[in-house]
Design a protein around this ligand. Sequence first.
Ligand code: ATP
Length: 440
Amino acid sequence: MSESNLKSMAELVSLSKRRGYVFQSSEIYGGLGSCWDYGPLGVELKKNIQARWWKAMTYREDISGIDASILMHPTVWKASGHIDNFTDPLVDCKKCKARFREDQIDLTKPCPACGEKGSFTEPRAFNLMFSTKMGAVEDAASTIYLRPETCQGIFTNFLNVQATMRLKLPFGIAQIGKAFRNEITPGNFIFRTREFEQMEMQYFVRPGTQMEHMEKWKEIRWNWHLENGLRPERLRWAPHTKLAHYADAAIDIEYEFPMGWGEMEGIHSRTNFDLTQHQQYSGKNLQYVDQADNNNKYIPYVIETSVGSDRTILALMCDAYRLENEGGGESERTVMRFKPDIAPIKVAVLPLMKKTDLEDKARPIFADIQKNYRAEYDTSGSIGKRYRRQDEIGTPFCITVDYDSLTDNAVTVRERDSMKQERIAIDNLKRYLSDKLQLN
Ligand code: ATP
């Protein structure tokens, strides 16, 4: 058997549309630049990944979760530095007006869009925040922003969470939510979009201990990606060469996408910058009283782990993709080798034919499986075609109900990767699936 990996992003975009993972936003109107909709399978994938992150990050006594509002007081963004500094250097081609990030193109070379040489405008700072108006009165004071990162909702709630959960340092606050950036050069499918989701955790520590915590979090986060099933040879560390104004250390976890290495997660030591700024701008005391250290008062330091849901999904899809026996006619198949916990559909129930007696047998089996797992019931087309569809959506197990099932009360269970088939008694199915799927 021959097999190959994903060769281009276009292949994945096409599979995503064909099978219902991801669609272009507003497609019937020609689409909206770099905005995407998760379809029926994509939303399952996303929920599974987010649930894994939530469990890994909050099923522990030192971390609590929140879900903060996307819209925040505008002064938050003044304090955080986003109004003044959250910019990319933008250049325009003087001829075709195409826009580029200065740091992503070579200004001595011709314009990548129209081929004109040496005709770029001077770089200017372009703020990536989306602004909007709040309330009915349109004046300058009503301008607010869609959050460009989720963590500021964590910083502004630092004392609320600490007090209500009676947390002692070191402790963390975790959140999953949407963020928005008016990226100049978005692209590569869901890698860089203008609306995306982040899974972030801010870990508050005693000043001076941040580097030891950073090391611990680096290890935890690296292992999380491995536990999701990503191939280790496609992961690497990428230390930042230029630190953001608030950071004293920063490193990314990168994945080797079809278009090259790209950041999936950032682990940053953000010092006490954000809380100090919010204390100054809000006039509220954000110090922590350290009872373990003579009631010493200080602003904690922060280690942040920030991973994109969408980039994690993209990496997992690229990684899971296999084309087997290419050009082999009937034996060619595309398989998404997701780990069962991540697979959008866990089990498919397939009556061999669309016949009443087979369906009467299969329906109760499906109903029973659905109590525990996201499952599909499919009667359309040949059994071979139905297996191919389930392979392409990464379903770990297919259960076929055939004429023998009517008398022997057993079904054929087919495993996705090996395609091995086993005859299992219907009474033992529940046990069989829970042993094999090992969802955790
Ligand atoms: P990049 O350098 O690729 O623009 P960044 O360093 O600005 O990313 P962070 O601000 O560290 O990214 O955000 C943390 C995570 O959020 C990233 O690792 C990524 O997974 C995700 N992310 C950031 N921007 C986008 C985007 N435009 N589209 C999708 N995911 C994003």
